[in-house]
Design a protein around this ligand. Structure first.
Ligand SMILES: Cc1cc2nc3c(=O)[nH]c(=O)nc-3n(C[C@H](O)[C@H](O)[C@H](O)COP(=O)(O)OP(=O)(O)OC[C@H]3O[C@@H](n4cnc5c(N)ncnc54)[C@H](O)[C@@H]3O)c2cc1C
Length: 265
């Protein structure tokens, strides 16, 4: 590790002032950022620890949505009665992230800002049509994820919370990479209270994306059979030492079918 400054602000205005420095970067649970620094893939001059800002934590119901503060840990989302009642698929997803240590340190804001191609939360955010609240605006899920490790956030903008509309039904299925427990392929299926279906896939491209072929099939017939009958073209999907593009393309409708079956339970 090399030398850097650590700031521990106590208010959002202090955070904003510190992030005006182009060499400063927010720190959440450090689960990706500290590892990247150790590997010399990131070298911020200063870190702005968001852990001392109470407004960034917590889970509450807000009308027909669940609002989760950016600094809320995965373990807290997994254990939350509010989330388990309203969006059990989200609690399940959080409880299946990484290992116990990662779940006790990693945060929803850090996960979304990091936008790892194999992260789980981006699939939930896209499929549930969530809204990302930042220090300066609200960003619709469809406009947030731009590419590998790239989001619509500007340098000095932090995620403050995520608002998830409560769906009629939803489920997430992940085929794990057994080494990291990240998604080799993950599929989140959701049907909103008006019946509209959204399906998002993670682990298969630069970042999570919506699978329109599956959305069309499931809008006509919300059944595991309809999901499994869809054929996904492998062109453009990731191919690496863990899985070929063809294998990932095969897994997407398989997992979507399992997710629909879970959602219908
Ligand atoms: C072994 C291992 C296994 C994992 N398995 C999974 C998995 O199965 N599924 C999965 O989804 N994830 C997985 N993760 C990732 C984990 O979920 C973390 O959430 C993720 O690494 C981000 O960590 P963090 O919240 O500590 O953020 P940090 O590492 O502190 O920050 C990550 C990035 O986000 C920025 N940032 C942090 N908070 C904010 C904010 N509020 N606003 C703006 N920018 C911000 C930071 O500047 C940095 O660029 C795994 C991680 C590890 C180490």
């Amino acid at each position: 590790m090399y030398a850097f400054q650590l700031h521990q602000p106590k208010s959002l205005s202090e955070v904003a002032a510190l992030l005006a420095d182009p060499d400063a970067q927010p720190l959440a649970g450090g689960q990706s950022l500290v590892a990247a620094m150790k590997l010399r893939l990131a070298s911020p001059g200063s870190l702005v620890d968001l852990g001392g800002i109470p407004e960034l934590r917590g889970i509450r119901r807000e009308g027909d949505a669940i609002l989760i503060g950016a600094m809320t840990r995965h373990a807290e989302v997994a254990a939350s009665e509010e989330v388990r009642q309203a969006i059990p698929a989200l609690a399940y997803l959080a409880g299946d992230i990484g290992d116990r240590q990662v779940r006790n340190m990693g945060t929803i804001g850090g996960s979304l800002a990091n936008n790892d191609p194999a992260a789980c939360y981006p699939a939930a955010v896209l499929a549930l049509g969530a809204t990302i609240r930042t220090s300066s605006r609200e960003i619709a899920a469809d406009d947030f994820f731009l590419g590998m490790y790239e989001t619509a956030l500007t340098h000095d903008e932090i995620i403050s919370a995520v608002s998830f509309p409560i769906p009629r039904r939803a489920a997430y299925m992940k085929f794990i990479n057994p080494a990291s427990r990240f998604a080799l392929v993950g599929v989140f299926v959701s049907q909103d209270t008006a019946g509209a279906v959204r399906v998002a896939v993670t682990g298969c491209a630069g970042c999570a994306f919506r699978a329109t072929e599956l959305e069309q099939a499931l809008s006509a017939d919300f059944s595991p059979e309809a999901a499994k009958s869809v054929r996904i073209a492998p062109g453009g999907l990731n191919s690496d030492l863990h899985a070929s593009a063809e294998y990932r393309a095969h897994l997407i409708p398989v997992l979507a079918g399992r997710a629909v079956a879970r959602a219908l339970e």
